[in-house]
Design a protein around this ligand. Structure first.
Ligand code: G4P
Length: 558
């Protein structure tokens, strides 16, 4: 920690120019890498925190470039037409920056109402998550949902409680909420002195130093004044009653709270909690440094053949996201690959596990918003973009050496369902092409009525914006205007054991039975109450919110 603070003044640089690490072993490269995604609810301050982190990494010159607001909304990650029209960021990009020689990959998940399956899938490529909370609001719905995905993989979660410069909830109550509602133990790394107008700073729990809060000019890095607890100057700077309250609370935590335990952090049972204020830049640097110290290095991933060691000499990776038309001038498609083992090198020939084909990867890219740079090397934990002429699907594995196939990425439970109508029969060919390609790309899930006469696909999404994006893209990329007819369902469940299990329970009520693209039964419910009723009535029935991963089976198309 100490040494990091000392070198933090050395200018760190963005690793975006395509500049590559000179000869470095895979072990060294993995040792230097950390990768994470931020999970939060809209408005908690994700964009602001991202900007500040990038600023420390020197990846952007001035905070504000990630999401310039209002008139100046220019972009680092907003590039699609719809994004620009609506002023939102739909696509998640990967932002790589360096700090104290470490290479940090921030997997940027879409933030706002633009919540979609992309957000979930990006988490499948992350090794750590940062859970960002607004101190006044505590846990919010989107954060809870995203947390569940992190929980499925037991990845370490670092909590940043933001907006301490504004009146917020009691810090102890915020920790209690995380523990009680998420079942996640907490360990406060620092503890706030006051809040809102009376926010005076934090006490670093490990060094017992007081880090004083000074409101920085917007967009600038704050100066952090650090005093020892027994420094006499403190009395003039912090009201004694505020300091005493913070110290009492810390004592309580020391006595009754969880103990710091790195193993428990690494297996996702204990979350280190930091209090700060991203906007005023308070607590961001200490957070980044503690994160680098405690976060998990790129980890081995499960395949049918067992867990693959990231240090293996053979390259392997999987596709976690596909994006079409990143550059509207070229109508290109990009597959994002998470490197899992070995060294990736430009022009290398790899095997595509699903088809068995050999592919030469000649134009790998790093993508940062609209900018791209060709990458020569990449290591476990890195993300690369590959041109995808329709060859890659979500979850596909690429490898060299002996065959491996990573466990695919599950389909997450959709909550919004709508018939997709094509009012113009002469456009059916394009409609079909568009629907099939957008499904392949993972833009939306497609369900089908079991009644063959109802041929229209049902779009199933986790966020309303996903539906709008599909409609917009069908129109702009395939030339088809479509209509959405919402179905009044909100909950989807896959049936364990498939059609056979469903037949055993006989007739069921208050739900609609449809099938997914792999012909598996999916039950749609109007609400949780109907779901619970069914489960009560048919205790032998077992349902899942997340679809089991499919491999080796081709999906049905429209
Ligand atoms: P998001 O990406 O999670 O949706 O949140 P974003 O960073 O856009 O922040 C949402 C709002 O919260 C912004 O205000 C932002 O300035 C503010 N904010 C973020 N961090 C802090 C903080 O530490 N303290 C305080 N007081 N505010 C914070 P806005 O009014 O929506 O935008 P703007 O007018 O500031 O541009």
């Amino acid at each position: 920690m100490e040494s990091m603070s000392r070198i933090s003044n050395i200018e760190s640089k963005a690793n975006f120019s395509g500049d590559e690490e000179s000869e470095i072993s895979i072990k060294e490269a993995v040792g230097l890498r950390r990768n994470f995604a931020i999970i939060s609810h809209p408005d908690a301050g994700k964009t602001t925190l991202t900007e500040k982190l990038l600023l420390y990494g020197g990846a952007i010159q001035q905070a504000g470039a990630v999401k310039a607001r209002g008139e100046q909304r220019k972009v680092t990650s907003d590039w699609m037409e719809l994004e620009q029209q609506r002023g939102i960021s739909i696509t998640s990009t990967v932002l790589q920056f360096e700090y104290c020689s470490n290479k940090i990959n921030l997997l940027d998940t879409p933030g706002h109402q633009d919540f979609s399956e992309d957000t979930y899938r990006t988490l499948a490529a992350a090794d750590n998550a940062v859970m960002l909370e607004d101190a006044a609001k505590g846990l919010e719905p989107q954060t809870r949902k995203l947390f569940e995905v992190c929980r499925m993989r037991n990845i370490p979660i670092f909590t940043f409680i933001n907006k301490m410069d504004r009146p917020g909830q009691e810090p102890l109550a915020l920790l209690d909420e995380i523990e009680a509602e998420l079942g996640l133990k907490t360990w406060a790394v620092n503890w706030p002195i006051g809040s809102g107008d009376l926010f005076r700073g934090v006490i670093d729990r490990r060094t017992k130093d007081v880090v004083l809060f000074t409101r920085a000019e917007r967009g600038k890095q704050a100066t952090e004044e650090i005093l020892k607890l027994n420094d006499s100057k403190l009395q003039n700077l912090v009201e004694p009653e505020l300091l005493n309250k913070a110290l009492e609370e810390l004592e309580l935590l020391d006595l009754a709270g969880e103990k710091m335990n790195l193993d428990n952090i690494k297996n996702g049972e204990l979350t280190p909690v930091f209090f700060g204020s991203a906007m005023t830049n308070f607590g961001v640097r200490p957070f980044l440094e503690a994160f680098l110290e405690m976060a998990q290095r790129p980890i081995g991933r499960s395949t049918k053949e067992g867990i693959i060691d990231p240090l293996s000499n053979d390259f392997s990776g999987f596709v976690f996201k596909l994006q079409a038309n990143m550059d509207p001038r070229h109508r290109d498609r990009v597959a994002f690959i998470r490197v899992c083992s070995g060294r990736f090198q430009k022009d290398m020939t790899v095997r595509h596990a699903r088809t068995g084909k050999s592919i030469r990867l000649s134009r790998p890219q790093k993508i940062f918003g609209q900018d791209r740079a060709v990458v020569d090397d990449a290591y476990p934990g890195d993300i690369i973009g590959l041109n995808n002429p329709g060859m890659f699907a979500i979850g596909d594995t690429l490898y060299t050496g002996s065959r491996v196939e990573y466990e695919g990425i599950p389909c997450f439970s959709p909550e919004i369902f709508s018939w997709l109508r094509n009012p113009n029969p002469s456009a059916f060919k394009n409609f079909r092409k568009g629907v099939n390609e957008l499904r392949e790309e993972g833009a939306v899930q497609i369900l089908y009525d079991t009644d063959q006469s109802k041929r229209d696909p049902i779009l199933a999404a986790v966020g309303q914006l996903q539906l709008e994006v599909v409609q917009h893209r069908l129109e702009s990329e395939y030339g088809v205007s479509t209509r959405l007819d919402p179905l009044g369902y909100q909950v989807a469940r896959w049936v364990d054991g498939g059609w056979a299990s469903l037949e055993k329970v006989g007739r069921i009520f208050n739900c609609k039975i449809v099938q997914d693209a792999w012909s598996r039964p999916v039950l749609l419910f109007k609400n949780d109450w109907n779901l619970n009723q069914l489960l009560e009535d048919h205790q032998s029935l077992s349902l899942s919110a997340v679809a089991p991963v499919v491999s080796g089976v081709e999906p049905i198309t429209l």
